[in-house]
Ligand binder design. Structure first.
Ligand code: SAH
Ligand code: SF4
Ligand code: F3S
Length: 487
């Protein structure tokens, strides 16, 4: 960015800044990145080795995407990535959707503290959804005082500025925003893959499902301007990306809050026109907002993948109402029917919660019934976890953990049965595979995905990575296929 160089040449004569940083984002952050880059170069010279960073990401694809932005900032500052947490700068990008996610972070923080005893110059930062909860920040202040920087989900773009403040401050730097209407774009980003990328189309969530903490930690729904989204995708495609995943907690309500409202289906069809882009994925879809217009857009598009993640949560209309999901069992089944009719080769996957407060055996049987009828290709099943601050947390009729475990096991058994039944559905057919990697166990094979997200292994080489290759699916192995390339 030219502005950044100008500032550096004109205004920064030493390691430190002598004028105020610009107010406007993202220039302000580029300014801090440049200043820190000088600082880092000096340290590297002194210690005669590179400075390393490690980012540990918990939770969903939103967090994975945020971590790419954090990595971009750190690399611009001059840090190099390492796999191990024995690094000079360690960030935990946290998730708080279920209790387990929090416990994992606390466990790992203890270990980080020990590493810091060995390397006192190590900097530890924690960010992400857990940090949006004041009780969590209090606990870290008290029990993990060695943490250097704490920030939240709304200001990840500020990492460089917070690091700059930390250079001179001998205290924990805490900057967590309750809410924001800001969308700061055009920061550096370090993509994990060269050929596929994710793109945020919206932030936050307004749905307040009664069990879910996400609206509290990610704020209100904000859609990005379609022009910015298209420009970002075009530049990714120019950089070699052939598959993009559009991200949002509820992509089906995209565009409702824009000055010039636009539907998600309209956005998809605009993206579909981008030359050089081969595949479009998106997540997550909320059944209540999945329109006929969207089904039609998916049907006519050659690029939108034959996969839809459609969280069910429960098959009981009674529970769905208490969960505030705004659809019934019948609505869900009708929707699935419409989708299967329009796009018969689509693969449906889902999320299900077992043991929501007050769930009876009858409610659970309704869930099993939907699973049997829809025959999901795969599902993420979760035991209900009480999240303080959500409506369901104060419900008194919490289900006995033993009953929850039993229902959870029964649901998994049913899923296994369905998977086994459908395992070789595609055997003998030909499908296009986007090659993602060389097979870890057998380097004579490459691994990739069909449009419907199924994994396929077939003979190939590293130079196939990023290419879409027609493959005959010769043998089913349950969750994946072996195949033979046809070119
Ligand atoms: N926006 C997405 C889901 C985000 S959270 C959607 O609406 O579908 C991912 C999944 O975590 C949810 O679909 C839900 O199944 C699960 N989940 C959320 N809160 C939970 C809780 N308190 N206990 C157990 N599972 C939960
Ligand atoms: Fe959570 Fe519901 Fe929003 Fe999904 S739609 S993030 S489950 S509140
Ligand atoms: Fe977790 Fe936050 Fe995603 S709570 S699931 S990382 S939005």
């Amino acid at each position: 960015m030219e502005i950044q160089n100008e500032i550096i040449n004109k205004d920064v004569t030493h390691d430190r800044v002598f004028i105020e940083a610009p107010d406007k984002e993202p220039y302000r952050q580029y300014y801090f990145m440049a200043v820190l880059n000088k600082h880092v170069k000096k340290i590297i010279k002194e210690i005669d080795r590179p400075l390393t960073y490690s980012i540990q990401t918990f939770g969903c694809q939103m967090n994975a995407k945020d971590s790419e932005k954090l990595a971009g900032i750190l690399e611009k500052i001059g840090y190099v990535p390492v796999d191990s947490e024995e690094a000079d700068f360690v960030i935990y990008n946290t998730c708080t959707v279920r209790e387990n996610a929090n416990l994992k972070v606390y466990g790992r923080l203890g270990y980080l503290g020990k590493l810091k005893e060995k390397n006192p110059n190590m900097i530890i930062a924690i960010c992400g959804c857990m940090m949006q909860e004041p009780t969590v920040v209090e606990k870290i202040k008290k029990s993990y005082p060695f943490v250097d920087i704490i920030f939240g989900t709304h200001n990840i773009f500020k990492l460089a500025e917070l690091m700059y403040i930390k250079v001179d401050a001998d205290r924990m730097i805490i900057d967590v925003w309750k809410e924001t209407d800001k969308i700061v774009e055009e920061l550096p980003s370090e993509r994990k893959y060269s050929f596929k990328a994710s793109v945020n189309i919206m932030y936050g969530c307004n749905n307040f499902c009664s069990y879910c903490i996400v609206p509290y930690v990610r704020g209100r729904e904000r859609s990005r301007d379609p022009k910015d989204i298209i420009a970002e995708i075009k530049s990714l495609v120019a950089d070699g990306v052939v598959e993009i995943t559009l991200l949002g907690q509820n992509v089906n309500s995209y565009g409702k809050t824009l000055e010039e409202p636009m539907s998600f289906a309209e956005l998809l069809l605009e993206i579909d026109k981008i030359e050089g882009l081969e595949r479009i994925r998106f997540m997550t879809s909320h059944p209540k907002d999945l329109s006929d217009e969207l089904i039609e857009a998916m049907r006519i598009s050659k690029k939108v993948c034959r996969h839809l993640h459609l969280p069910l949560q429960s098959g009981s209309s009674r529970l769905l109402k208490i969960m505030n999901r705004k659809y019934t069992k019948e609505d869900y089944l009708t929707l699935v029917d419409k989708i299967y009719t329009a796009i018969p080769d689509i693969s449906l996957t889902t999320d299900i919660i077992v043991g929501f407060p007050g769930e009876t055996e009858e409610d659970f049987m309704e869930t099993l019934d939907v699973v049997k009828k829809v025959e999901f290709d795969s599902s993420f099943t979760f035991q209900y976890s009480k999240r303080t601050g959500t409506a369901a947390a104060t419900m008194e009729n919490q289900v006995d953990p033993e009953i929850v475990q039993d229902r959870f096991n029964r649901l998994l058994d049913l899923m296994k049965e369905i998977s086994a039944k459908n395992a070789n559905k595609l055997e003998g057919t030909i499908g296009d595979v986007l090659v993602e990697d060389v097979n870890k166990q057998d380097p004579s094979l490459v691994t990739g995905r069909l449009s419907n997200n199924t994994l396929v292994h077939f003979p190939g080489k590293a130079s196939d990575i990023g290419k879409i290759i027609p493959v005959k699916l010769t043998e089913s192995k349950g969750f994946y296929y072996f195949g033979q390339p046809l070119v």
